[in-house]
Each structure stands twice: as C-alpha cells, then as structure tokens.
Design a protein around this ligand. Structure first.
Ligand SMILES: NC(=O)c1ccc[n+]([C@@H]2O[C@H](COP(=O)([O-])OP(=O)(O)OC[C@H]3O[C@@H](n4cnc5c(N)ncnc54)[C@H](O)[C@@H]3O)[C@@H](O)[C@H]2O)c1
Ligand SMILES: [Fe+2]
Length: 382
C-alpha cells in the first residue's frame, strides 16, 4: 500500500439553503473583516448572501475582479486589497477560478511576496493562512476539497499549480441551489472535469484506499446524475449529487493527476480553453493510452459507471467504459476535440515544451510519462 499524506476540510456542510448558515459560522470565529470574492456581484444568490452578512453585522469587502481563470496579476492585486482593508478571513463564492484565486490570496496575505515566487521559484509557505470558507457555485474542479491553486503566470504564459497543506479550505458549504443558474455547457464541461479527477486518480500510481473510495463514489454519482443536471438545470437532487461528486473527485485527485490533466492544464492555459472543456477532450484519449498499464482498474471504473462487467474481460470492460464516456459526452454536448480551440499556431515541439515545464514532473500516470506519450495524447485529442 502506498504511504500517504492527505488533508481534509475541517467542516463540510451539504444541503439546499445551507448558504444561510455561513454568517453564523463567521460569528463563531469572531472575524473582523471578510475578504469576499464572487464570480458575479449581480448574482441573486450572492446578493442574498451579502444581505445576510449585513443583517448579521459582519463587515466585508467584495473582490469581483477575477475574470476567467485566475492569473498572478489578479491574485497579487487581491492581496493588496485584503491587506488595505484589514481583512482576517476569506470567503470564496464561485467556481474553481474564484476558489483557487481566493485560496492563493488568503495564503499570500500572511506569507508576503508575490504569488509567482511560490508558483515558479519554490518559495515556501511558512505561515498557515487565516480562516477560509469555500462556497462552490460550479460542480467540477473540487477545488474546495484540495490544497492546490492553479494560476496563469503573466510573465511566461504558463498555467501552473502551487499548493500547501495549510491552504485547504477550513469550511466548505455545498449548497446545490447555487448551481441552478449554471448554463448547460458549463454544467457539462465542469462535470467532465469531475469525472476526469475520479478516473485519473483511480489509476494513479499514488492511489490510496481513501482516494480510491472517493473516486469510485464520484464515478457512480456522475454516471447517474450529470446528464440529468444538464437536461434539467433546476433538478436540485441531480445538482446536489453533482456537487458531491465534484467534492469527492477533489479528494480523490489528491492522488495525483494523469496524462489527461498533464496535457489539459498547460494547453488549456496556452489556448485559453476552459479547464473542464480541456479535460473532457483528453479523458478518452488518456484511457486509450494507459489501458495496457491499468487494465483491472479501468474494469472496476467501468463497473462503477454502470457497465455490467460479468463475463467481460478487463479489455472488454475498458472498451465499454470508453463507450459510456463517449455516449455521455454526446448526450451532454461536451467537447471531444482540440482542433476547434487551436486559435493560433504553435509548433508541436513548443507545446510539448510547455507541458514539460508545467506538469512534466508528474510521475504517477500508470504509463511512464515521456515525450512520446505527450505527443500521442495531443494527436489523439485533435
Ligand atoms: N484547485 C484545484 O484543485 C483545481 C482542480 C481542477 C481545476 N482547477 C482550476 O479551476 C478553474 C476552473 O474552474 P471551474 O471549472 O469551476 O470554472 P470557473 O470558476 O472558471 O467558472 C466557469 C464560468 O462559470 C461562471 N459561473 C460560475 N458559477 C456560476 C453559477 N452558479 N451560475 C452561472 N455562472 C456561473 C463563471 O463566471 C465562469 O464564467 C481552472 O483555473 C482550473 O485550472 C483547480
Ligand atoms: Fe481538473
């Protein structure tokens, strides 16, 4: 069994309407001023939330300048506002972009310097960040369950992660009502991100009994609820199941990313492909490329996906898993090819170099990572 080091949120709350409990939680912690981020100041749920804070007399400052997936600039600026306003806790209300940016800002506020130093130069996090509450409004990244923040570096254009055990959210509030307004294409793509976390972590060489358990549970929930959530946006049950699946996927992916994310993250940054779209594109290719190295594991994932694997050998079960994923992608119109996103020409050698400089150090993909594998993944995804 692999040794492991896993950190969990201290407090997890799930259920429709649970957002209303957040002001009470902030009161327990006697916070002075909340650094509050949002994907949209005008979102009705966000407005309702700020009214609750007003009623409870909890001071806050809103930072809503995180546009798209976060870059270093918006994080450094956010840190300035955090300090100017004398904040002593952070609350993120948004998708993975908002949660990651807030996670990084909250860390930076007490550790000093620029985010690029932690991301590119290995500067260490020495002080545990203040209270951090994550309230996701998408169901995909599981960023609320991880200690990681993914950031686009403005100087070199690379999208790279930084992480520390103490950066994980203290409290997570999963309120399915917050995702009812998610448009179908975002529901679909973010759901495919969650599925990629579940599958990639399950075949990771660093998988542990804990990540395996969460990965399989996420696959079950996604196979039964993602299409429903896309077709019926106001189905609170399906939305709730997807929120939980995303959270489970986040716990699972602490076992490490595989070739789908190894390609999707840096190329998503380079071509401005939303993270979920990029994961959806690379997921089936990753299974094709890895299948000889993780046969039995893919067969168990197929079973979790609802395939009747009785009488099937591992190869046939893996074929069935790929078939199910392709069917799901078609049913929810999730992206399957890279070509439509390649808005400017970059030679393949240069793209491979970008991957090597960002995710190229990751060694837990079941098939050993090398340039040939990266090239094959790119070509299969085109
Ligand atoms: N930290 C981690 O462990 C981790 C894991 C995977 C991905 N990520 C990162 O997360 C980011 C992507 O996050 P995401 O996929 O959640 O997308 P996102 O946060 O970028 O949101 C996607 C879009 O949906 C909108 N939106 C969000 N919630 C909404 C709602 N309830 N109603 C209507 N619109 C809404 C946003 O404004 C945005 O336009 C990427 O930067 C990715 O690299 C982080
Ligand atoms: Fe992801």
């Amino acid at each position: 069994m692999n040794p492991f080091d896993i950190v969990f949120n201290r407090h997890l709350v799930f259920g429709a309407g649970k957002l209303r409990e957040v002001p009470g939680m902030l009161s327990w912690h006697k916070v002075k001023k909340v650094f509050l981020t949002s994907f949209d100041r005008g979102n009705p749920n966000f407005i309702a939330f700020t009214s609750l804070l007003d009623e409870a007399g909890i001071p806050y400052v809103v930072y809503a300048d995180i546009q798209g997936e976060p870059d270093a600039r918006c994080i450094n600026q956010g840190r300035d506002l955090y300090l100017e306003e004398g904040c002593d806790c952070a609350v993120a209300f948004g998708g993975g972009s908002i949660i990651d940016a807030t996670k990084a800002i909250n860390m930076l506020a007490v550790n000093g310097g620029m985010i690029e130093q932690y991301q590119m130069e290995g500067r260490e996090v020495l002080t545990a960040p203040p209270l951090f509450i994550a309230i996701p409004t998408t169901s995909g990244t599981g960023a609320e369950a991880t200690k990681t923040a993914v950031v686009l570096n403005n100087d070199n254009g690379l999208k790279k992660s930084l992480y520390h055990t103490t950066m994980i959210a203290d409290i997570v509030v999963l309120d399915p009502e917050l995702t009812l307004s998610l448009p179908a294409p975002i529901t679909a793509a973010t759901g495919m991100d969650a599925l990629s976390h579940a599958i990639e972590s399950y075949v990771s060489l660093n998988a542990t009994p804990i990540t395996e358990m969460y990965g399989l549970a996420a696959v079950r929930l996604i196979s039964q609820n993602l299409e429903r959530a896309v077709r019926e946006p106001s189905d609170v049950e399906a939305r709730g199941a997807m929120m939980l699946a995303s959270y489970f996927g986040g716990v699972a992916i602490t076992a490490g990313i595989g070739i789908a994310h190894i390609m999707a993250q840096p190329l998503g940054g380079t071509f401005k492909i939303p993270h979920g779209d990029a994961c959806s594109i690379f997921l089936p290719a990753s299974i094709e490329l890895n299948r000889a190295y993780a046969k039995e594991r893919y067969a168990r994932l197929a079973e979790a996906f609802g395939v009747d694997t009785q009488g099937l050998d591992a190869d046939a079960a893996t074929d069935a898993l790929i078939g199910k994923i392709r069917e799901l992608q078609a049913a929810i119109s999730a992206p399957t090819h890279l070509t439509p996103y390649l808005n400017h020409e970059i030679p393949l050698d240069e793209l491979i170099d970008i991957v090597k400089r960002t995710t190229g150090h990751i060694t837990c993909n079941p098939r050993p990572l090398n340039e040939e594998l990266m090239r094959e993944a790119y070509e299969l995804a085109l």
